[in-house]
Design a protein around this ligand. Structure first.
Ligand code: SF4
Length: 232
């Protein structure tokens, strides 16, 4: 921010000098004007690193803490407008310490890119930060233990839109027991943040025709963000 302030101060100084010397107009390229019009990035929260460190040291779920290789906190830009939330790390994610890096993750990356974004421009996290053995579904007490970390992540990121990937993410955030098939494609809210539920990429690997529905959901997300889809 200090660097930005210095650039603004020097720009103002240069414009004042030009005005004093009789210049009444300046020209700017279309690209420069578009750049000026973009919103400033939100500053990364000072508490973010502390939250990551706290999560990575967590041993609240004894079984998971014993069996895990890593605590998978999340990946991406915490200043983003768009957050994806899945269920829990799988074997690849546990090994690499990053969410959505296996086959399902590669599919998610393709979906993000088709939306005109880069993986590093969004934030990706899971409800559970540790891998359940044999990829079993999270137990209710594990979800309850881990949810405060996700809630704090959402609070600090303050995204404009959340995409809930699959039933676990949706049920956990909205505290409901309705299936993803009924809920997907419709907007809900979590603490005033719009949520779009859609199918988990792992489901799409097993059921490729459902990609069409996910793409409809992602088009709605792009529109909600006030962005346009890239030309194909
Ligand atoms: S799943 Fe969450 S609450 Fe449980 S041990 Fe891992 S970080 Fe802690």
């Amino acid at each position: 921010m200090q660097e930005l302030k210095q650039i603004v101060d020097e720009t103002i100084k240069a414009l004042e000098e030009m005005k004093r010397s009789g210049v009444t107009h300046v020209t700017a390229s279309k690209e420069a004007l578009e750049e000026i019009g973009k919103p400033l990035p939100k500053p990364a929260s000072a508490g973010w690193s502390a939250l990551e460190a706290e999560t990575k040291a967590c041993k609240k779920c004894g079984e998971l803490a014993r069996s895990r290789h890593s605590v998978v906190f999340g990946v991406g830009d915490p200043r983003t407008e768009l957050m994806f939330i899945g269920e829990a790390p799988g074997a690849d994610e546990d090994e690499q310490g990053e969410p959505f890096v296996g086959r399902a993750g590669q599919l998610l990356t393709k979906i993000i890119e088709a939306m005109g974004l880069k993986r590093e421009e969004v934030y990706i996290a899971n409800v559970l930060k540790c891998r359940p053995p044999q990829n079993r579904p999270p137990l209710p007490d594990e979800t309850a233990n881990c949810l405060p970390y996700l809630q704090k992540q959402i609070e600090m990121i303050r995204p404009k839109v959340i995409v809930a990937l699959g039933a676990t993410a949706l049920r956990t955030l909205l505290d409901i027991q309705i299936g993803i098939t009924k809920m997907r494609g419709n907007w809900y809210t979590y603490r005033d943040i719009p949520i779009m539920p859609t199918f988990h990429p792992a489901y799409l690997l097993r059921n490729p025709p459902a990609k069409k529905e996910v793409w409809e959901d992602m088009k709605a997300v792009v529109a909600k963000l006030g962005r346009e889809l890239p030309l194909r």
